[in-house]
Design a binder for this molecule. Structure first.
Ligand SMILES: [Zn+2]
Ligand SMILES: [Zn+2]
Length: 359
């Protein structure tokens, strides 16, 4: 991706020189997600175009420079199928890392597929090889977890896991999820696994709402066919007139945040995960929407190693029941990435992946 707005071009990059502790992966699958659409439109700050997009990927270990182990102390072997945390160079030495313990706010962190330049090497998943620099956190696919199953969950699962952690769902809670993209769908799945009494998903288009029901949502509301007031009323109708105990916003639409406040019960909790890029301002009434209603609002940004590690355990444990691979609508070759981005932006696919080895 050479610049915002430009077509995707396929280029040869020099073979990386693996420093001790580095790993070279032969890419099996990488993802195409909403973040890549934002990157295409230049909506993220500090992106060093040209970049190799693709921040969550599965690859086969093709080369290692000396011994490399995962966090369990197990050696990474040639031929292993692995994924990895896309965030690298978190410093573990700054105020955010050490005092606030908010490593996703570390200013030194770099992200594969987003904040590494293609001039630095194949440091993104839309490529036949991915260069894992020393210290990149490698997670082997658990037994029974296929590349398709892991990528069907994609970056939406650890993102949603972070949001659901922040949501503190209690057994029996009624949960509303705004948004039916990969983050919203995974949030709905995880809300159920957390013991929610019911889960209602608000989104579009019909194919994604069908996916939400297939993944166990108790009810869905089509955003395109309803007004905000109607949606709030529908949520209240299925929650004894009170509103959701917990609402998870995963839309990317600023006005959805106030709507989320209003569909949450008094004393309930709203977790905002969908506003990953600056899509503009939203207005609300501090008295009516927050103070008088004793509402709790929490933001959640990105994910750290713990979310990827636990996501793998969740997919290993619940993969047969949930079959995340169902959310992959289509796999694209490297020559088709403009098309893939168009399809993700239009919402015509639930999950798009790239198979760089395909011709
Ligand atoms: Zn730091
Ligand atoms: Zn993503």
């Amino acid at each position: 991706m050479t610049a915002p707005g430009a077509s995707i071009v396929v280029r040869e990059l020099p073979e990386p020189k693996l420093e001790p502790g580095a790993v070279l992966l032969e890419t099996v699958l990488s993802e195409v997600c909403g973040t890549d659409v934002h990157l295409r439109h230049g909506r993220l700050a500090g992106v060093p175009y040209p970049i190799v997009p693709g921040h969550v990927s599965v690859g086969r270990v093709a080369e290692t420079a000396g011994p490399v182990t995962n966090i369990e102390g197990r050696a990474v072997q040639l031929g292993d199928l692995v994924t990895f945390l896309d965030v690298h160079e978190t410093c573990h030495g700054c105020w955010y890392c050490l005092v606030a313990k908010q490593s996703t706010r570390c200013p030194k962190r770099r992200v594969y597929g987003i904040t590494y330049s293609a001039d630095e090497g194949p440091l993104g998943g839309w490529a036949e090889r991915i260069w894992l620099k020393p210290g990149v956190r490698i997670v082997p696919l658990a037994p029974g977890v296929t590349p398709e199953r892991w990528m069907g969950a994609g970056c939406g699962l650890p993102t949603a896991l972070h949001a659901v952690d922040r949501a503190d769902i209690r057994l029996g809670d009624r949960v509303a999820v705004q948004g039916s993209g990969p983050v919203g769908l995974s949030a709905a799945i995880l809300a159920r696994l957390s013991g929610a009494g019911s889960v209602i998903v608000l989104g579009d288009p019909a194919g994604r709402l069908e996916a939400a029901r297939g993944f166990g949502a108790d009810a869905t509301i089509a955003v395109g066919e309803t007004t905000a007031d109607e949606r709030i009323q529908r949520v209240r109708d299925v929650t004894g007139g009170r509103g959701a105990d917990v609402t998870i916003e995963a839309t990317g639409v600023p006005s959805a945040v106030r709507e989320g406040m209003q569909m949450t019960r008094d004393g309930g909790r709203l977790v905002v995960v969908g506003q990953y890029t600056d899509a503009g301002d939203a207005t609300f009434n501090p008295h009516a929407d927050i103070n008088r209603r004793h509402l709790e609002i929490r933001g959640t940004w990105g994910f750290d190693y713990s979310h990827v590690h636990r996501a793998m355990e969740i997919v290993a444990r619940h993969g047969e029941a949930i079959r995340w691979e169902r959310s992959i609508t289509r796999a694209y070759g490297l020559q088709e990435m403009d098309r893939a981005l168009d399809d993700v932006e239009a919402g015509s696919v639930v999950k798009a992946v790239v198979r760089p080895g395909a011709r």
